[in-house]
Design a protein around this ligand. Sequence first.
Ligand SMILES: [Zn+2]
Length: 142
Amino acid sequence: MMEGKMGKCEKCASETWSVVERLGTLETWRCESCGQEETVHVFDPANEPQLPVNLEPVCRIVGRWISRPSTQQMSEIQASFPALRNVPISTLLHKAIAQSDIELGRFTESEMRNLRPLLHRLGLTATETPIAVKPHDYHRMA
Ligand SMILES: [Zn+2]
């Protein structure tokens, strides 16, 4: 089990965590007691015995449609962002009409460089909020 490896929650000192998101080298865990979320940069100590020194900045991305998206744009955003894979198209459409926030996930700076043109093409404005990320040295599970 990996749960214990996250250590204690800073808020409530619980040690029970579950993974809420796994994207690239980033994993986000949620404390099962208080809901505190923590994003970690995962690396494999077998291949990288040293802690990576220059961890890339990470942002939480929230998108918003400012005009009504096409069906094509809606299915493309779903295909591009794992966080939206299980969100029904009807929910996406509702959010688009209401111009409400859509959580797209957490991405590193280099991932965002590739995502910005895509977001633009999909007609989304995106808000990037930097978040604190800690290095985390356990073997990633496939
Ligand atoms: Zn907690």
